[in-house]
Design a protein around this ligand. Structure first.
Ligand code: HEM
Length: 107
């Protein structure tokens, strides 16, 4: 859905200071977000995650749509101790749009 992609691109402006996605995306203060869906939590090479993400990785947890929506709605409740300093996305529309946008960079 091109309209959803376009609104997702706008929502991603809130993430861009810390995250890159797309061809050649590198880690910034947050990990690069290519191929996020189906990716193990805390698994980006060369990124230094907080303990809670290292633990999630150890438990074999994987990003899917439900997990991402819950995390982005309330990052610090979903991942207690995360160093992601982001208050969260309040609007359901924004959550749907960012999910569609990130999905377009691989599953
Ligand atoms: C982690 C998405 C905003 C900094 C993550 C992860 C995702 C994500 C999916 C986990 C990645 C993984 O397991 O490899 C997003 C999205 C954002 C956003 C979609 C916007 C809506 C931000 C902002 C910052 C930030 C604004 C910086 C102020 C980080 C950091 C981590 C992280 C430092 C690692 C967390 C840890 O190790 O505890 N983000 N993020 N993010 N993000 Fe974000």
């Amino acid at each position: 859905d091109p309209a959803l992609f376009a609104s997702g691109e706008k929502v991603f402006k809130k993430c861009k200071a810390c995250h890159a996605v797309g061809e050649g995306a590198k880690n910034k203060s947050g990990p690069q977000l290519n191929g996020l869906f189906g990716r193990q939590m805390g698994s980006v090479e060369g990124f230094k995650y907080s303990k809670v993400f290292v633990a999630a990785h150890g438990e074999g947890r994987v990003w899917d749509e439900a997990a991402l929506v819950e995390f982005l709605a309330k990052p610090r409740s979903y991942m207690k101790g995360t160093k992601m300093a982001f208050s969260g996305l309040k609007k359901e529309d924004d959550l749907a749009a960012i999910t569609a946008y990130l999905k377009s960079f691989g599953e």
